[in-house]
Write a new protein. Structure first.
Length: 413
């Protein structure tokens, strides 16, 4: 039940109540109770009718009465202009919007929107992947190859090769690959091929000793009971295994000494940045990467590879605060710039929208927004009128008639 119907029912009840009270008053004229009821019903009916007339007069002509009625349709132009101005200057003013825009984080909302639904994320990645593949497939292969080669060469020019070379030797080789290299060497010593190579080396050492070298190993070999190449190969293999095992262990003394000596040796090397840079630029200038790029394009241009790249780029984007801040700032600046130039459009939109309404639709629009309160005015009019009638009746019969009225009569007569 809407409030307009409730207000009509309240007014109808006031009419019925009035009719009942006037009938009872007619038959029981001397009874104070019915006199009270009639007085209250009259006040309630008057309040209800007055408020019905006032509310109805806002939209139409109640009972055809045209004097100061149809207030909203007759004043639609000023109402629309005032509403548009209110929206533009107060509700959605430049300052209010700029304050809200200043707190806007578009990138985080996009991230939350996509990451909250994995199927949605997969859908977008698939779409972008197809777009990339379609774009590349429409391009000439030579054009794509030249473009990638140019990027590689331009990026190569920005790399400090001297520093990268030292970092690679220190970090990649010494710390990461040293143990791996030692383990591989140790594994080869246990193979048949490794044993054969050690035997050949041992034989050469024994032969060179017999022929007369710069120093004699006879005494050493005798102490070690070495007389044939096989014995020497076993000794060398045993010692190499001990050394390599120590190199694999990070905490061993030999491993630490080895690392320290290698780092000192690398730091003592004087790499000429200028000469390395010239060599790098010369290589980049002369090198032709096109054959390599062409051979790899067919491998790289497929759905899985591009999807994986997009996944990694998305993860990188989410973790990179500086990129998100730059994007958000640019978006906010762009919105604020548009707002500064086109803020009056907000008022124009509100004005154009309301101007497109007919009188009937405008009335309906206002009733939808404020109709509940307007109908409550009518209901309150009937209720409040009855209450005021009750108070007035009590005043007239309990105070005015017995006390005030005699005083007035005495003064006048």
């Amino acid at each position: 039940m809407n409030y307009k119907r409730k207000a009509n029912i309240a007014l109808g009840i006031s009419v019925i109540f009035f009719c009942i009270c006037i009938t009872l008053r007619y038959f029981y004229r001397d009874m104070v109770l019915f006199k009270l009821m009639l007085f209250v019903s009259e006040a309630s009916l008057v309040g209800g009718i007055a408020d019905w007339f006032a509310v109805t007069a806002l939209f139409t002509k109640p009972l055809g009465f045209s004097y100061h009625t149809e207030i909203i349709p007759r004043n639609r132009k000023s109402i629309i202009n005032s509403t548009a101005k209110l929206v533009e200057t107060d509700l959605l003013s430049k300052e209010t919007l700029q304050k809200q825009i200043g707190n806007l984080s578009v990138t985080q909302k996009i991230i939350n929107y996509i990451d909250n639904d994995r199927s949605k994320k997969s859908k977008y990645i698939d779409k972008i992947t197809k777009m990339i593949i379609n774009y590349i497939s429409k391009k000439d292969l030579k054009e794509v190859t030249d473009y990638i080669e140019n990027i590689m060469k331009e990026e190569g020019k920005n790399i400090n090769l001297a520093d990268k070379l030292k970092d690679f030797i220190k970090n990649k080789f010494i710390y990461e690959n040293r143990a791996k290299w030692a383990q591989n060497f140790l594994n080869k010593l246990s193979t048949e091929e490794g044993n054969e190579k050690l035997l050949i080396i041992s034989q050469k050492i024994l032969n060179s000793n017999e022929e007369g070298s710069s120093f004699s190993l006879n005494s050493l070999f005798k102490k070690l009971n070495i007389s044939v190449a096989e014995d020497l190969a076993d000794v060398i293999k045993t010692q190499l295994q001990k050394i390599l095992t120590n190199l694999i262990e990070e905490d061993s003394t030999l491993s630490q000494v080895c690392v320290e000596n290698i780092i000192k040796s690398i730091d003592s090397i004087e790499l000429s940045p200028n000469s390395i840079e010239e060599w790098k630029l010369s290589i980049l200038e002369k090198a032709d990467f096109k054959p390599i790029i062409k051979s790899q394009l067919s491998i790289l241009i497929n759905t899985k590879v591009i999807s994986d790249i997009l996944e990694k780029l998305w993860d990188y984007f989410k973790e990179n605060t500086s990129i998100k801040n730059v994007i958000d700032k640019n978006i906010r600046d762009m919105i604020c710039d548009i707002l500064e130039k086109k803020h009056n459009v907000i008022g124009n939109i509100a004005s154009d929208t309301l101007n497109s309404f007919t009188d009937e639709k405008l009335n309906q629009f206002i009733e939808e927004k404020a109709g509940e309160d307007l109908q409550w005015i009518r209901i309150n009019g009937s209720v409040l009128g009855g209450c005021i009638g009750l108070v007035l009746f009590a005043f007239l019969n309990l105070i005015f008639e017995p006390y005030v009225s005699p005083i007035i009569r005495g003064l006048l007569f």
